[in-house]
Design a protein around this ligand. Structure first.
Ligand code: SAM
Length: 276
């Protein structure tokens, strides 16, 4: 069994399965809008790498249809069990699950028409190594798709200091763990520099009405990363507790307008002819 926690900062977060399924539903319309532009064909073989307990498996499965195949891969078997249960409950029978490390999947080279990752570059970093594996798995002429977060749009109006402090703390934790809370903005360049052709992009942020789960994400992310941020000596416990309490108040205050982090969607085609 692979170590499902190594290098992944949020693995210890409470209710990680529930959180990721909630996120999957929130972003599903935007994933569908992106997939409309990619024009996936029935019969395609697609991979959602680091799919977690939902990812975009359902959207891919419905689009490739009964003659196609979707592989959901993740390092964490509990996430895969949850994804299997969810998709089987939806009657989706063309999905198989593989426990794999995204950097060394062991999956057959050039065997997928489409390879997708979401929220993997931002927590894990190692852009080149991850992109190398994505490219290696994609057939010539196939599509590599990334969806990554950028915290630039995650703001309050009127501005709130505690919100900015906790956002910065989580960004710092991501960076110390090798990731980047602003990875989204870099992905267009990462895909182009990897040699992908016809690279296209969408960028989306969501307004967060009262009760929206993302009004509490700075709290959830700082809870999940607190063992590390404490070990790294980032913010004293009393100050951190005060910031969390303040952000609880912000999340519940209908007078405060909030916008989510941005999701940058980028996709490009692997060249048919290898460059010399
Ligand atoms: C932030 S979640 C994103 C899940 C999913 N892609 C989505 O958008 O809902 C990151 C996922 O990557 C998985 N993961 C972390 N490190 C990994 C690795 N080295 N190889 C494969 N999966 C990994 C985690 O178990 C988790 O399910």
């Amino acid at each position: 069994m692979l170590d499902g926690t190594s290098g992944y900062l949020l693995a210890q977060g409470p209710n990680e399965v529930e959180r990721l399924q909630k996120w999957g539903r929130i972003w599903e319309p935007e994933a569908e809008a992106m997939l409309d532009q990619i024009a996936i064909q029935p019969g395609w073989r697609c991979l959602d790498l680091g799919c977690g307990p939902m990812g975009i498996l359902g959207a891919l499965s419905r689009r490739v249809g009964p003659t196609g195949r979707v592989v959901g891969a993740d390092i964490n078997p509990q996430q895969l069990d949850a994804a299997r249960e969810l998709t089987q409950g939806e009657g989706l029978t063309n999905i198989e699950f593989v426990e794999a490390d995204a950097f060394h999947t062991g999956l057959p080279r050039e065997s997928f028409d489409l390879v997708h990752v979401r929220f993997m570059f931002s927590p894990l970093g190692k852009d080149q190594a991850l992109m190398q594996e994505l490219l290696a798995l994609t057939r010539p002429g196939g599509v590599v798709v990334t969806q990554e977060a950028d915290d630039c749009s995650y703001i309050c109006d009127p501005p709130q200091e505690a919100w900015e402090r906790l956002k910065a703390l989580t960004a710092d934790a991501f960076e110390r763990a090798g990731g980047d809370a602003k990875a989204g903005r870099r992905m267009y360049g990462v895909l182009r520099h990897a040699g992908l052709e016809d690279v296209q992009s969408r960028a989306v942020a969501l307004a967060l009405p009262p009760g929206h789960p993302y009004r509490r994400w700075p709290i959830e992310s700082t809870m999940a990363t607190r063992p590390k941020t404490r070990a790294w000596g980032l913010m004293s416990d009393p100050e951190w507790q005060q910031m969390v309490a303040e952000c609880e108040r912000i999340a519940d205050d209908p007078e405060i307008f909030l916008i989510s982090f941005m999701v940058n969607q980028n996709w490009g085609r692997k060249p048919v002819q290898k460059r010399t």
